[in-house]
Design a protein around this ligand. Structure first.
Ligand code: PEP
Length: 253
């Protein structure tokens, strides 16, 4: 059985004081979770990563960045490379979060470049995919997800795919309070696993962890996690309150 994986995406929230305080509350809460049968990662804003890294140093919670650039160094004003993130203690990075796709305008090719660069730079990418509400309502979910998965994983060999986590995050569920039902989420997760199985060995498709994201909270975490193809949760809003995030981690563990 795969170890569940719960990640907290803080987006553009917290400040220098509250980010460290939140890390400390989560570290202390996690130490009380029996069995520790869960991987946990936190994704604070870039500017608080180093302080968060220090606060996480004696825990087994991992650190991740919300985005990366696809080059390792050079004249790319304002960008942050995989090497820099590794240097300050990051293990993970998000690639293609829906806010980057739909607010900033990242396309599939850029997202793929980031996934490849993350792996080559020694980071573990979480490839985020998800359909818009109008795409779901016009029966385009399968087409959109297939395109994002095929493009996002382009050029990855068997060894590289083992570094990847996929997050299915229906855009209509992110930050809206409208969580996908466990059945809706399971249906797409099973489809993603099948898609991965068409590109790679079936065993690799079985092993890859697929998180659900989109208004996950303590009240729905256990039901979502009970689905056979949901291996973890990518949590936005509810990860900003230690009590809620810890309850989600407990539900997943
Ligand atoms: C996210 O940011 O990836 C997310 C799922 O947000 P929320 O949990 O707030 O919907």
């Amino acid at each position: 059985m795969k170890k569940p994986f719960v990640a907290g995406n803080w987006k553009m929230n917290t400040d220098s004081h509250s980010s460290v305080a939140l890390v400390k509350e989560i570290v202390s809460g996690c130490s009380n979770i029996a069995g520790h049968n869960v991987d946990v990662a936190l994704f604070p804003p870039f500017v608080y990563l180093q302080a968060a890294s220090k606060a996480l140093s004696s825990s087994d919670i991992s650190l991740g960045a919300q985005d990366i650039f696809y080059e390792q160094k050079g004249a790319f004003t304002g960008e942050i490379s995989p090497a820099m993130l590794k240097d300050i203690g990051c293990s993970y990075c998000l690639c293609g979060h829906s806010e980057r796709r739909h607010v900033i305008g990242e396309d599939d090719e850029l997202v793929n470049n980031k996934v490849v660069a993350a792996i080559n730079g020694g980071l573990l990418p979480i490839l985020c995919v998800g359909e818009l509400l109008e795409q779901r309502e016009t029966s385009q979910t399968q087409e959109v997800i297939s395109r994002q998965i095929n493009a996002g994983l382009a050029g990855l060999n068997d060894q590289m795919i083992s570094a990847v986590t996929i997050a299915y995050e229906p855009v209509w569920a992110i930050g809206t309070g409208h969580t996908a039902t466990p059945q809706q989420a399971q249906e797409v997760h099973a489809m993603i696993r099948e898609l991965v199985g068409r590109i790679y060995e079936k065993e690799l498709a079985q092993q890859i962890r697929i998180q659900y994201g989109g208004s996950a909270k303590p009240a729905n975490a256990a039901q979502l996690m009970a689905q056979p193809d949901i291996d973890g949760l990518l949590v936005g809003g509810a990860s900003l309150k230690a009590e809620d995030f810890l309850a989600i981690i407990c539900a997943a563990a």
